[in-house]
Ligand binder design. Structure first.
Ligand SMILES: [Zn+2]
Ligand SMILES: [Zn+2]
Length: 408
């Protein structure tokens, strides 16, 4: 793909997050939690990186259908793009709705809803397995003859639109609320209060919810998150926990039909002998979101490592097409380990501090490999020196944390 609006918008995403943090600093009205934001951005990074391995299959299947099975091809005009934008959003509505209504598909979407906060970092919180189901809902667009490049472009725009609506700092927006998905409508969608659950599935146009009976207006302030709180910052666990629960439950079913029902009925459905349908409970008034307390020094260490890793992740996303598969795989694994360890370090797991030493030691080797391949060419000596000093100081700090156990 020559132009991916999502990857190109990464600096804008972080700029807007900084702006929201600035607004909160001056208004003393904070919606961010450090661990939650690290976990949100970590899952987003994992989704983008895993996407570089699967887009060949998803876009490839779309392109093959467009090429060989579409009876007519749409002309490359602005009107086609407008029609495709609306048609894409219609498909998104149904993909999103079914991802909430079918338990197996919920596994590919639940990650986006696990945050118990609501801010722009939550928009980046995305599942790495959603592609397994999502692309099926868009294949009709290939049959209708919409070009794959236009499809990818419009899909990126749709996702971009959904970024800014993840904020508590914008109230109701007057007549726009009738047509468009807005922060108010989407806050409801992220709620786990029973009256708000399974409402407002819209991507860009809220009219789909109004048409198909899934719209609800925001009145009381929502409680955010999922009915079974994740209670973890680990992005890998976040991605797999629902599937693990689902297959454990299905393996206990007494018949194939019941196992099928657990997988394909709505989340929470169980046969009567396993307790029956687990309806969402209302949120206790004294409920507090999951939180971990960390030493300031540990948080500062994690923040610096996180920013540094985001630099490597950005480099990967901008340059992966020119990387050999071996480097692509190793770099993706390093990114996976980084996001995993940032989450687990925040949970004070001692083993994670030892594993962090290995992750740090791998960093200069990876950078040398990238230099060797010409992927890091500007000011090589200065960068190499910086990475060397950075790694040595980081390893020293980790030893200090392990010896003193100050993270406990
Ligand atoms: Zn959703
Ligand atoms: Zn959302």
């Amino acid at each position: 793909m020559d132009f991916d609006p999502v990857i190109l918008s990464i600096p804008i995403f972080f700029g807007l997050i900084l702006l929201e943090l600035g607004v909160e600093y001056f208004s003393k009205n904070t919606t961010y939690d450090f661990g939650d934001s690290v976990s949100n951005i970590g899952t987003g990074a994992l989704q983008q990186v895993s996407g570089t391995f699967v887009q060949v299959l998803t876009i490839g299947l779309y392109a093959a259908i467009f090429q060989y099975l579409a009876p007519v091809k749409m002309p490359n005009t602005w009107l086609t793009y407008v029609v495709l934008f609306v048609a894409y959003d219609f498909c998104y509505y149904w993909y999103h709705r079914k991802s909430h209504e079918i338990s197996l598909l919920w596994g590919g979407h639940v990650v986006h809803h696990q945050s118990e906060h609501y801010n722009l970092s939550v928009a980046l919180r995305q599942s790495s397995t959603g592609f397994l189901f999502a692309f099926l809902f868009y294949l009709p667009l290939a049959f209708l003859g919409f070009d794959p490049i236009a499809f990818a472009f419009v899909g990126g725009l749709n996702l971009l639109y959904q970024f800014w609506i993840h904020t508590e700092h914008i109230g109701k927006m007057g007549p726009l609320e009738w047509v468009f998905n807005t922060p108010s409508h989407h806050r409801v969608h992220h709620a786990r209060d029973p009256k708000y659950i399974d409402k407002n599935y819209a991507g860009v146009f809220i009219v789909w919810d109004r048409l198909f009976g899934t719209f609800i207006e925001e009145d009381e302030r929502p409680h955010y998150g999922v009915t079974k709180p994740l209670n973890s910052w680990n992005p890998v666990y976040a991605n797999v926990v629902h599937y693990v629960d689902l297959f454990k439950a299905a393996s206990k079913a007494h018949s194939f039909g019941d196992a099928w029902g657990i997988l394909f009925n709505k989340p929470g459905w169980m046969p009567a002998y396993m307790g029956g349908y687990q309806a969402p409970a209302s949120v206790a008034s004294n409920y507090r979101p999951y939180k971990t307390d960390n030493m300031l020094l540990v948080n500062m260490y994690l923040f610096v490592q996180f920013v540094f890793a985001l630099g490597i992740i950005s480099l990967y996303l901008f340059r992966f097409e020119s990387m050999p598969m071996s480097l692509k795989v190793v770099l993706a694994l390093w990114i996976l380990c980084s996001t995993l360890l940032f989450g687990v370090l925040l949970e004070h797991k001692t083993w994670a501090y030892w594993a962090e030493l290995l992750r740090l030691a791998a960093l200069p080797l990876l950078c040398l490999w990238m230099f060797d391949l010409g992927l890091l060419s500007a000011f090589p000596t200065a960068i190499l020196l910086f990475i060397g000093v950075f790694t040595v100081i980081s390893i020293g700090l980790i030893f200090y944390f392990i010896v003193t156990k100050i993270y406990k």
